[in-house]
Design a protein around this ligand. Structure first.
Ligand code: SF4
Ligand code: SF4
Length: 442
């Protein structure tokens, strides 16, 4: 991986950043893949050794080396555990960007990569078509047949894993359901505050999540408007670019970031609110992605996770007795490790009438979802996910709350496969339900 001759080499992680690692090994037991495999090269320390060797041309990007790097979840638990402040996520993502052009790839692999990163994620129109087709095959019962075939490993390659993980698809996206809220100039869907307007915010709805998690976006609007926020949803919002960045497509991630920064900064909002940890971790760090660009820094400075924002503005908890329910909170990696947000979601949950928070073992450990990891590394993702599901079973919770679409999908699939009578919800859904019960927004 020469830093002067390799395509994309300008993105190479710096030797200085890697040299911050003093090989103490204190991160090892925090790493889900090390805990699973007990292989040094599948630990943060081992992977930093490999990435440093690649940068110095002392190690070649052999299939074995790439396998160890590909098996990393990019969960960043190692960053939280590291006393030396190693920026593992930055190092890994830079390495993946530099390695991407060197990877041998079949024509089919190239086609899939082009379809996902260049067509599907950047285009809301393409998403609409694909999700409509998926909804149709769900309505015709084909998704259930596919899931059965997948569970019995009767589909080729990774299709079995993909079929078993297929999410439930709502008939209408959040945006389609709220088309009547469109402003006169067509640039926003606008939801007025209940009572006096105290804040004006933009909600980042996500691209695929707009349809796959329409109910979470609806709930987010409810809790924001209940707390004096006028909420705008931008019709031209682009994908956040997180999946691009995690998979070595940094230039495409930058293009998406520039569009989002221009669109959202023009609105002059008090805050840009996200309910998806994977998106917010990326959006918050646009400044670093664009080398300190002031507009990107300004955008990142306004970015808030929904629970963080509610706590910041002094939210008003719902009234009423509520329904008694035991809730376990699972910490999304990109909220806890990438944004260091842990207390606000729990504060929100504790404010929901009827909720009793119960402890969840290893709540700070990845569930195995990690973007498209569960599709690309199904065996390891499943082994890591099974530990999460077993811990959920032992918690005695009625509901698991977690604030990221990937985690919601992975845990929902896991509890269903394990036959657990546990609901899996975003914290804002519990809060929105409580406001609705208390006679607020319907
Ligand atoms: S990444 Fe941090 S915790 Fe892990 S070995 Fe290096 S210095 Fe130690
Ligand atoms: S990002 Fe997660 S999986 Fe990767 S080395 Fe760090 S702790 Fe392990």
């Amino acid at each position: 991986m020469s830093s002067t001759t390799t395509p994309g080499a300008g993105e190479a992680p710096s030797f200085e950043k890697m040299s911050v690692c003093v090989h103490c090994g204190l991160c090892l037991e925090a790493c889900p893949t090390y805990r699973e495999l007990r292989v040094e090269m599948d630990s943060p320390r081992g992977r930093i050794y490999l990435m440093k060797g690649l940068l110095q041309n002392k190690i070649a990007p052999t299939p074995t080396v790439l396998k160890h790097l590909d098996q990393c979840l990019d969960c960043r638990a190692c960053e939280t555990a590291c006393p030396s402040g190693v920026e593992y996520g930055v190092i890994l993502e830079s390495t993946r960007t530099v390695l991407q052009p060197q990877r041998p790839m079949s024509p089919w692999g190239r086609l899939v990569r082009w379809f996902v990163f260049s067509l599907l994620l950047p285009s809301r129109a393409a998403q609409r078509i694909v999700l409509k087709l998926l909804w149709l095959q769900q309505a015709l019962g084909l998704a259930a047949i596919g899931a059965w075939l997948g569970r019995h490993k009767l589909l080729p390659g990774r299709l079995s894993a993909a079929a078993t993980q297929a999410p439930q698809i709502a008939r209408r996206s959040f945006r389609a359901a709220n088309a009547g809220k469109k402003s006169a100039d067509g640039r926003t869907l606008t939801f007025p505050a209940r009572g006096t307007r105290r804040h004006r915010v933009a909600l980042f709805t996500g691209c695929l999540a707009d349809q796959l998690f329409a109910e979470v976006n609806e709930a987010t609007v409810v809790v924001l408007t209940e707390n004096g926020c006028e909420v705008d949803v931008l019709t031209d919002e682009r994908c956040c670019g997180a999946l691009h960045l995690h998979n070595g497509a940094r230039d495409a991630a930058r293009d998406l970031a520039r569009d989002n920064i221009r669109l959202f900064n023009a609105g002059g909002y008090d805050a840009v609110v996200s309910n998806a940890a994977g998106c917010s971790a990326e959006l918050r760090h646009y400044g670093a992605l664009l080398d300190g660009d002031p507009a990107a820094q300004a955008f990142g400075g306004k970015l808030r996770d929904i629970s963080e924002y509610l706590c910041e503005i002094g939210w008003t908890p719902p009234t009423g007795a509520g329904v008694p329910v035991k809730v376990a909170y699972d910490e999304p990696c990109h909220l806890l490790h990438a944004q260091k947000i842990s207390a606000p979601p729990k504060t929100i949950l504790q404010g929901v009438p009827g909720v009793t928070l119960v402890p969840l073992e290893d709540a700070d450990t990845c569930c195995g979802s990690a973007g498209v990891y569960s599709l690309l590394q199904p065996a390891l993702a499943s082994a890591i996910g099974n530990k999460k599901i077993a811990a959920i079973g032992r918690s005695g919770a009625d509901i698991v709350a977690t604030g990221n679409p990937g985690c919601l999908m992975q845990i929902r699939n896991g509890v269903k496969a394990a036959g657990l009578a546990v609901r899996v919800m975003h914290p804002v859904e519990l809060l929105a339900d409580a406001y609705r019960r208390a006679g607020g927004t319907s």
